[in-house]
Design a protein around this ligand. Structure first.
Ligand code: ZN
Length: 262
């Protein structure tokens, strides 16, 4: 299939849940089913089951102040979401925790995952931590999260629950042609660390080596909007579509913005 031929798929302004479910089901076929950026809708409806799951994860995250993680795969008729969440740390879900979780699912015969959901604990108000005397940073997708969608063997979609928002990010078929990570060559560390440092630095943000706090280079507070700028930068470069929604509401497209594709 020539992915860059003009698609015959009409652009829908809104994906109803059955449409979205069909899209997720298609992801088992891999990258060739991805939509182009311009085919991504303005909004996406989730169903009750999704909202219940996202709300549950939000609540347990608020209570524990720990990140949680759930795998998503295809059930017989439905999209299945792991209901026993893996528990991560306050600022990340270690790769080993996710690997364990996948192994457990493989033991019961589930091996093809189409994406995942994780959560970020966030306090209301600012992010000053009185115990450690540091500013902790919170962004719906960290640069490290978005790396998972652009790395070799990428995830095709990812959802993050944080504060009072649900956010979803999708690879698109355009991502395939923009996924070179060559620009990272001058940074140090793993590719994920390089990716993170590189994109934050472009917005004058530096993070501590353990990735737990962030500040403006030269001093200063990093706002949530600053992190949304980083999300937008990465989405623009790597052609990802990002959506935001309030609990129990539809997701609205954050990137690409309306003026790019109406
Ligand atoms: Zn995250």
């Amino acid at each position: 299939m020539d992915r860059h031929k003009e698609s015959t798929i009409p652009q829908l302004q809104r994906w109803t849940y059955p449409y979205f479910k069909g899209y997720l089901r298609g992801l088992k076929h891999g990258e060739q089913v991805l939509h182009r950026m311009k085919e991504m809708p303005k909004s996406i409806e989730l169903n009750e089951k999704w909202h219940t799951m996202l709300n549950n994860m939000r609540n347990i995250t608020h209570q524990t102040m720990l990140e949680h993680h759930a795998l998503v795969w295809l059930g017989k008729d439905n999209i299945a979401i792991q209901n026993e969440y893996s528990v991560g740390e306050r600022h990340k879900v270690p790769g080993s925790v996710i690997a364990n979780s996948k192994n457990k699912m493989r033991e019961i015969g589930i091996s093809t995952f189409i994406g995942d959901v994780h959560s970020h604990p966030r306090r209301l108000g600012n992010s000053w931590d009185n115990v450690t005397k540091k500013f902790y940073y919170y962004s719906n997708f960290s640069a490290a999260d978005l790396y998972i969608l652009v790395r070799p063997k990428p995830n095709l979609f990812m959802a993050v629950v944080e504060g009072d928002e649900n956010t979803f990010a999708f690879r698109t078929s355009d991502s395939i042609f923009y996924n070179s990570l060559d620009y990272l060559e001058y940074e140090e560390g793993t590719n994920q660390e390089k990716f993170k440092k590189s994109w934050y630095r472009r917005r004058n943000i530096e993070t501590s080596s353990d990735g737990r706090y962030a500040r403006k280079i030269g001093g200063g507070y990093v706002s949530r909007d600053n992190f949304w700028e980083v999300n937008r930068d990465i989405a623009r470069w790597h052609k990802l579509a990002i959506y935001r929604g309030k609990p129990n509401e539809r997701l609205n497209r954050f990137f690409p913005p309306q003026f790019l594709y109406n």
